[in-house]
Every structure is written in C-alpha cells, then in structure tokens.
Design a protein around this ligand. Structure first.
Ligand code: SAM
Length: 243
C-alpha cells in the first residue's frame, strides 16, 4: 500500500511528466512548422496583410516617408535605403524616385515577392535581397546607406545593431500597463506569434529604439486606424532618429 505522501508525489510526478511531454510536443511541432510550412504561409499572409495595412496607414506612411525627399536633397546623390525586414516590399511605393533600396530579410522566400513588387516601381533600384537577421548585418558596409527603415519589424527582432544613417520607424508596441489592450495582447500572444513570424505584441519598442544610442529622436505614439481583428496591434510608435 502506498502512503498518502507517496501517492501525492506519484501524482505530482505524473502531472510534471505530462506537462514536459506537452511542452516537448509543442516545441517539436513548432520546429517542424518553422522549417516546412512557415516559409510558404507567412509571406502569403504578409502579402494580404500589407495591402490592408497600407490602405489604413497610407496617411501615416506618407507623412513619415515624405522626409526622405528632404534627405535625398541633402545627400545630393542617389539615396540609398536599407530596409530591415522588408517583407513583400510594402514600403516601396513611399520611396522617392531614384532611390536605391537594399532589402534585408531572414526569410529568403520573400525574395520572389520583393522581385514581383519591384517590377511595379521602375523608379527605384531594388538591390538583391540580403538574407540576414537585423541582429547581424555584417554584410552591409556600415557607411553605405543614407537611411534605414523598419515597419512592423522590431516586434520580432531582439536587437538591431549598427544602424547608420537616418532611421525611420513605424512599429506596433505593447499597450499601457494594466490596460485592457495589454491584457488582450497577452491573451492572443501565442497564436498571434505562431501565425505572424514570432511577433511579440507586448514589447516596449520605444525603449528598444532609445537604447540603440541615437543622439536625437522624434517619436510619436499613435493609435493606428486598423480594423477590429487587428485590435492587439493598435498602439504604434512612428518617427525617426539620427546618430
Ligand atoms: C510583420 S512583417 C513586416 C514586413 C514589412 N516591413 C511590412 O511592413 O509589410 C515582419 C518582417 O520582419 C522580418 N523579420 C523577422 N525577424 C527578423 C529579424 N530578426 N531581422 C530582420 N527581419 C526580421 C520578417 O521576416 C518579416 O518580413
């Protein structure tokens, strides 16, 4: 006969075993998804998503990127933009004529989407996709770009190092502490990250940008005019920064 104490230990070990098994199963399934389906599914989702997002955020993007024309005049020659996490090339339509764009992406399946999209903008020179992570951009010569752009990328990037030139950003961010918005972000985090390239909803992106060591920064917090299913990503920051 098992004593009551032994029985408790036995049940506790069984529960622990089940939890570990479920965790291992989850990790294994995610690993398989990440290396098989995700590179096919995620760019497709992003193509549709970018269309909806651009239509709702057109005014915000136009205002942000209008400054690129001033930068182009100041540079005096061809403007070169490094776009980190360029995705399907949703921002190409906002770049001034004659701009050279270096798209950087960790997922090379975005390459064909970028190429197709580039055909619609013969006014730009879209360079070959650099397959790399924002955390490791050693293939980009540090002084070779005039501007760096990220839109909806810092939610997936742990740390962006060595950003040179003027940095333009439009990013969704974590909601206010103890707000309904933040609660919902936590609630939907797991499936959201699964479908949207490991996007973390609750990150304090403004702080991450501040920690990149810019000498000046112009950052506005806005509520994005997005449809209800995108409620968890309504809080945004938009602006630019210089070293
Ligand atoms: C939500 S999508 C945004 C794409 C595009 N910037 C846009 O606004 O439509 C996030 C993009 O960041 C890329 N990404 C994810 N992790 C990254 C990393 N560590 N470094 C650079 N890009 C990354 C993804 O592959 C994806 O293309």
């Amino acid at each position: 006969m098992l004593s009551a104490n032994m029985l408790n230990y036995y049940v506790a070990f069984q529960i622990l075993g089940v939890v570990i098994l479920l965790w291992l199963l989850n990790r294994t399934l995610y690993y398989i998804y990440e290396h098989t389906l995700e590179p096919i599914v995620f760019p497709r989702i992003m193509k549709t998503f970018a269309r909806v997002y651009n239509s709702r955020m057109d005014r915000v993007k136009r205002q942000l990127f209008s400054d690129l024309s001033n930068l182009k005049k100041a540079v005096g020659s061809q403007l070169t933009i490094l776009e980190i996490g360029a995705g399907t090339g949703a921002n190409f339509k906002y770049y001034p004529d004659g701009t050279s764009v270096i798209p950087l992406e960790p997922m090379d399946n975005f390459g064909s989407y970028l190429k197709d999209n580039a055909k619609e903008f013969p006014n730009l020179t879209v360079e070959k996709l650099v397959v790399a992570f924002g955390e490791d951009m050693k293939d980009i010569p540090s002084e070779s770009v005039d501007a760096v752009v990220t839109t909806l990328v810092l939610c997936s990037v742990k740390e962006v190092t060595s950003v040179h030139g003027k940095y333009y950003f439009l990013e969704h961010v974590g909601g206010e502490k103890y707000s309904v918005g933040k609660f919902i972000q936590h609630l939907v985090q797991v499936p959201w990250a699964f479908l949207l390239g490991n996007c973390i909803l609750t990150r304090n992106i403004q702080q991450s940008i501040e920690e990149m060591g810019f000498s000046s920064m112009n950052c506005q917090q806005i509520v994005a005019p997005l449809p209800l299913p995108l409620y968890p990503m309504l809080p945004h920051v938009v602006g630019f920064a210089v070293k």
